[in-house]
Design a protein around this ligand. Structure first.
Ligand code: 0O2
Length: 256
């Protein structure tokens, strides 16, 4: 097999546009993940100890992708059913992504783990991530309940940054869930991170995320304070929109 030969013969071999380059030196064998070489000065590597690790990397990514599809479909079904029964959609829209290899390696390093495939499976909970955007705060808890009630989904952990916002002002509801992915010869329980938040919370988080990266985590105090002010405005807006919506519903029910 070409990939195995490449690993054994200390040469550089591009084995897939999507997955990266195997590079071997006298000291080590690494899988340099796609895009890594283009990012000046940043070498992102996943250690490859055995030739079979290359196949593992591809398989792991296939499994995370499948888990994402399954959770996304479940959420769409729940939303459609809710619309059918209550004539109302708790979910505005859904975004999903597989964490970039650069981010995976960064997170492993930050938490003091070596960049290996087994460490990434064990210690990075958000390789497969879904973001569910709702109109109102009450919808967030409704969606979280619907997810928890799914028999084949196991809830690993919940972080309620809505009841307990982060010091930055960040608000969102996070669930790490485990879902079985059925392959031809086995079933793999796979972790997916689900972030549920309102449109307004999402707007705030996207801007804050950009600022965080721009200043590499050290934004000027003035900007940090303004972001906290904006987070408070977002909370006020969410509360106002929810009460307005409830008022409108109460009026419509009286009219009926
Ligand atoms: P990125 O670049 O978005 O992927 P755990 O996953 O539980 O092992 P972690 O990462 O501390 O540990 O969990 P947490 O706090 O639930 O955060 C997970 C993700 O939530 C982050 O992923 C962000 O996407 C988002 N998040 C958390 N805090 C903030 C914040 O203050 N501002 C914004 N904008 N997003 C936040 P990553 O991997 O850190 O980043």
């Amino acid at each position: 097999m070409k990939i195995k030969n490449a690993l054994n013969s200390c040469e550089k071999y591009t084995f897939s546009q999507n997955y990266g380059i195997i590079k071997t030196t006298r000291e080590k064998r690494v899988l340099q993940v796609k895009g890594a070489e283009e990012k000046a000065g940043i070498i992102m590597e996943i250690n490859i100890d055995r030739a079979s690790d290359v196949d593992s990397w591809k398989e792991v990514m296939l499994i995370y992708n499948s888990a994402l599809k399954q959770v996304e479909t479940k959420l769409e079904v729940l939303n459609d059913e809710f619309q059918h029964v209550h004539r109302y959609n708790p979910i505005e829209h859904i975004k999903s992504r597989i964490k970039t290899s650069e981010s995976i390696v960064k997170k492993l390093k930050k938490n003091g783990y070596e960049s290996t495939i087994s460490n990434m499976i064990q210690h990075v909970n958000d390789i497969a991530g879904i973001r569910v955007i709702c109109s109102f705060t009450s919808d967030i808890y409704r969606v979280a309940d619907m997810i928890s009630n799914q028999k084949d989904i196991k809830i690993i952990s919940v972080k309620d940054y809505i009841t307990h916002p982060k010091a930055s002002g960040y608000k969102s509801y996070h669930m790490i869930v485990m879902i079985p992915v059925y392959l031809s010869d086995r079933t793999v329980d796979t972790k997916v991170e689900i972030q549920i938040r309102t449109v307004a919370m999402d707007f705030w988080a996207s801007l804050e995320h950009k600022i965080h990266y721009k200043f590499e985590g050290n934004a000027p105090e003035k900007i940090k304070n303004e972001l906290i002010e904006c987070a408070n405005m977002v909370s006020d807006l969410d509360a106002k929109m929810l009460s307005l919506n409830e008022e409108i519903r109460a009026i419509s029910e009286r009219v009926r």
